[in-house]
Design a protein around this ligand. Structure first.
Ligand SMILES: Nc1ncnc2c1ncn2[C@@H]1O[C@H](COP(=O)(O)OP(=O)(O)OP(=O)(O)O)[C@@H](O)[C@H]1O
Length: 306
């Protein structure tokens, strides 16, 4: 089993602690979204896992071993940290060939990953002529080159057009479906919700959540139910009898707060209320994330005042 494990990982720059006793495990077979406000410490954590920076305390391992001790690292871990990292005067193909040659990766992988990332037709062009989205695809191609079991991608959707966004979503799901460990940082909540099953959330260097997407949302955002009826009086009194509050909106639909669609459906049916519409309004990742991070910001403000 190839997990990423982070144990009491701590990083200080001067007197600033930017990663603060972080402990979590990223498991294979699912995409884990890595979230947190700007400056929360996500990139620093990824750099520490990849041995690009030394922790002040704690440690991180990949498949039980520190990254720097892996003999053929690109065949274990593929990473996208900075899509601008490729040499501008090389062609995309040459960039990948150099990487393959220096990491004992067979040359045939170059054409495979060019095809997989949709870059085959531009592979002979110099990287400096690439758009942001093409550079992003090249960075992802480099991460996939060694056919690694573990992928760590920092903002992979950056600069991708709508077609690219759909592509990366499918790619991430497929990689996880193949049993790989996939950790993806992002600021795009709708995007993250579309591919991640699990979440690790940081705030000011600390772990705020390590939980399934579903539990994360359900713990923070109450479900609501949207109802339309030809008999609002009967609906309102049936809801009131069961302790539900409903608010009527302009076009005549009602929103029942803190309610599950099954319960409202059952009680409307039992009371003989004719329904034209009954829709579950589940919470979104964005709502849940903002709820968590605004509470964190409030805590920060309070502790400064105290
Ligand atoms: N080399 C460095 N020297 C000093 N401070 C640093 C260094 N690298 C990062 N930091 C600081 O560490 C904090 C965490 O930064 P980091 O880039 O890890 O956050 P992040 O969660 O990835 O943010 P973003 O979402 O904006 O990319 C920031 O305040 C940043 O300024």
């Amino acid at each position: 089993m190839t997990s990423i494990d982070v144990h009491h990982l701590t990083k200080e720059y001067g007197t600033r602690r930017v990663v603060d006793h972080l402990t979590f495990r990223v498991r294979p077979g699912r995409v884990t979204g890595f979230l947190g406000p700007n400056g929360a410490g996500k990139s620093t954590t990824l750099r520490l896992v990849l041995g690009l920076d030394r922790p002040t305390a704690g440690y991180a391992t990949v498949g039980g071993r520190p990254y720097v001790t892996l003999r053929e690292p690109l065949s274990h871990v593929g990473a996208l940290l900075d899509a601008q990292a490729a040499h501008g005067s090389r062609t995309g193909r040459d960039h990948l060939r150099v990487l393959a040659a220096t990491h004992r990766i067979p040359d045939r992988r170059v054409e495979e990953v060019l095809g997989e990332t949709g870059l085959s037709s531009v592979a002979g062009r110099r990287v400096k002529t690439y758009s942001l989205g093409m550079r992003q695809r090249l960075g992802i191609a480099a991460a996939l080159l060694g056919d690694p079991e573990v992928l760590m991608l920092d903002e992979p959707s950056n600069g991708l057009d709508p077609e690219g966004i759909v592509w990366i979503r499918q790619l991430l799901r497929r990689l996880a479906g193949e049993g790989r460990t996939v950790l993806v940082s992002s600021h795009l909540m709708n995007e993250t919700a579309s591919f991640a099953e699990h979440l690790v959330v940081l705030g000011r260097g600390r772990l705020l959540a390590d939980t399934s997407m579903r539990d994360f949302i359900h713990a923070r955002v109450q479900p609501r139910v949207r109802v339309r009826t030809t008999d609002p009086t009967a609906l309102k009194s049936a809801l009131a009898r069961h302790g539900h509050d409903a608010v009527q909106h302009e076009d005549g639909h009602w929103i029942v707060q803190h309610a599950h669609v099954d319960d409202i459906g059952r009680l409307a049916s039992a009371a003989g209320v004719p329904l034209l519409e009954l829709t579950a309004h589940e919470g979104t990742l964005e709502q849940a994330y903002l709820d968590l991070t605004s509470a964190e910001a409030e805590f920060a403000a309070q502790s400064k005042e105290a």
